[in-house]
Design a protein around this ligand. Structure first.
Ligand SMILES: [Mg+2]
Length: 121
């Protein structure tokens, strides 16, 4: 399982680079080369596939007893690329999306409905 040593050994990023979500979204768009008629569908399916890759790497913690933090993080990064592409196709700024999501969660927290079910809590 994951222990403190695993977490402390984390040095995935050597440099202290801080980029904005919209900068990332714009840069990611430069490598989004799928056909326009596949907009939304292509990145949505890609996101689902990459989320599966994250789950598979995490599953290997159970199978192999090894926590490969970099491999998991790499797959999360792949998810991020598809999220950026999906946002672009939906004409949504990632930073606006992030802010809106934080506000939604803070609202749910303040109303005591973080737990439970339903999109419109
Ligand atoms: Mg991947």
């Amino acid at each position: 399982m994951i222990n403190e040593t695993d977490l402390e050994a984390w040095d995935y990023w050597d440099e202290d680079v801080d980029i904005t979500m919209n900068y990332y979204q714009n840069q990611a768009a430069k490598t989004a080369i799928y056909k326009s008629e596949h907009a939304v569908i292509y990145p949505a399916l890609g996101l689902a596939a990459e989320a599966g890759e994250v789950a598979n790497k995490v599953k290997k913690i159970l199978r192999d007893g090894k926590f490969d933090r970099k491999a998991i993080a790499d797959e999360v990064g792949d998810c991020l690329w598809y999220i950026a592409a999906l946002c672009r196709d939906l004409n949504v700024d990632m930073s606006d999306l992030a802010q809106g999501n934080l506000e939604k969660l803070q609202d749910r927290k303040s109303r005591g409905v973080l737990g439970g079910n339903g999109d419109n809590r």
